[in-house]
Design a protein around this ligand. Structure first.
Ligand SMILES: *Cc1c(COP(=O)(O)O)cnc(C)c1O
Length: 367
């Protein structure tokens, strides 16, 4: 059996006609830049997240950059985040001339709120919790610290569309939520895409100006900015996929439960656990495994693709060499980086494939 780690071909096969019709309709009308589908997708996405506004962008990375820019984060300032995210969380902070200050994570891969206060200095401007793997970060504790210290909270919700914390959806906790619509995210365009959520009408207006070269009207530029617009074609594709998102997400969650049940009792493998107050959407299903690299090679020999999110913590990346960090600074992240393994969890997997993955993992440890 061959089970790739991701399978976008399988995702698109059953909806290809619908997608082609949507693309065809955009081509027939010729409004490729900020056409009707962009506004319609923004409205639907805001509704999905329980926020007043959403602003479509070209990527999740630009969502983070524009969020920081709109909140005037700049040189000499610090932004607290985690060292175990995709690099975009930290690169966006650096690109604005500010400095990322890392806080280690807990066993659920998310920011440890008990370490937050110690990381705050007079230069701290914002906190960017990441809802890694599609599991919400501990938003009540994070918001409490942020309020007490008057810090902005920007959610990096790139992996977590429709994840919930205490019944409330991610992207609606902070002053702004940043989402990616990259092909590998749970709500995905056929190319790059991103979106911002906020309840603040002033910020929403500013995001629309910032994504469009600082143009307030066609001819009036009020601030220097770049081009971060979401394509109409991608918005039309996303509107089709939005109809399937809930069913796809429930499949991911069911696959996660399957792994949790069928790998139970295997002491070499630690699995993610759901808390009653969370809805995790399982962008990734990340186990921690003894002999991780050997397990990964063994699974590859059995035809099973896996991935590691992420093998090199951000503070140990070459790009972070100017930051005052060394091996040992964030022990939980570092230990996890040597043990984590992402198993296939996409909706199109069937029970036969899941059984095969589980029995292959068991046979590796029983060899
Ligand atoms: C994917 C991702 C991003 C960046 O999104 P792009 O759309 O690829 O630019 C940012 N943060 C996290 C946590 C991500 O997973």
């Amino acid at each position: 059996m061959k089970i790739p780690y991701v399978n976008l071909v399988a995702q698109h096969r059953p909806i290809k006609d619908e997608l082609l019709a949507a693309i065809g309709s955009v081509i027939d009308r010729g409004r490729f830049i900020l056409g009707d589908e962009v506004a319609e997708f923004e409205n639907r996405f805001a509704e999905l997240c329980g926020t007043r506004f959403a602003v479509g962008l070209n990527s999740g990375t630009d969502a983070l950059i524009l969020a920081l820019k709109a909140l005037s984060v700049g040189p000499g300032e610090e932004v607290i985040t985690v060292p175990n995210s995709f690099v975009a969380t930290s690169s966006s902070i650096n690109l604005l001339g500010a400095r990322p200050v890392f806080v280690d994570v807990k066993e659920d891969y998310n920011l440890d709120p008990d370490l937050l206060v110690k990381a705050i200095t007079p230069r701290t401007k914002a906190i960017i919790p990441v809802h890694l793997t599609g599991r919400p970060a501990a938003m009540d504790a994070i918001l409490e610290v942020a309020r007490a210290h008057r810090l902005h909270v920007i959610e990096d919700a790139a992996q977590a569309v429709t994840a919930e914390y205490q019944g409330k959806r991610v992207g609606s906790f902070g002053v702004v939520g940043c989402f990616s619509l990259h092909p590998l995210k749970t709500l995905n365009s056929c190319g790059d895409g991103g979106i911002l959520t906020t309840d603040d009408p002033g910020l929403a207006e500013e995001f629309k100006i910032l994504r469009n070269l600082g143009l307030k009207t066609r001819d009036n530029c009020v601030v220097w900015s770049g081009n971060s617009r979401l394509d109409t074609l991608q918005a039309s594709i996303l509107l089709v996929k939005l109809q399937y998102l809930e069913a796809w997400t429930e499949k991911r969650r069911a696959h996660a439960r399957f792994y949790q049940e069928h790998l139970q009792g295997l002491h070499q493998v630690q699995m993610p656990q759901d808390k009653p107050w969370e809805r995790a959407v399982y962008h990734t299903f990340v186990i921690q495994a003894d002999d991780r690299d050997e397990l990964r090679s063994y699974l590859a020999q059995q035809g099973i693709g896996t991935a590691i999110h992420y093998p090199i913590p951000i503070h140990l990346q070459g790009a972070a060499r100017s930051l005052p960090h060394a091996l040992g600074d964030f022990p939980v992240t570092e230990r996890q980086s040597r043990r984590i393994l992402s198993l296939p969890v996409y909706p199109e997997l069937g029970e036969k494939e899941l059984n095969y993955i589980v029995s292959s993992i068991r046979s590796f440890y029983e060899r």
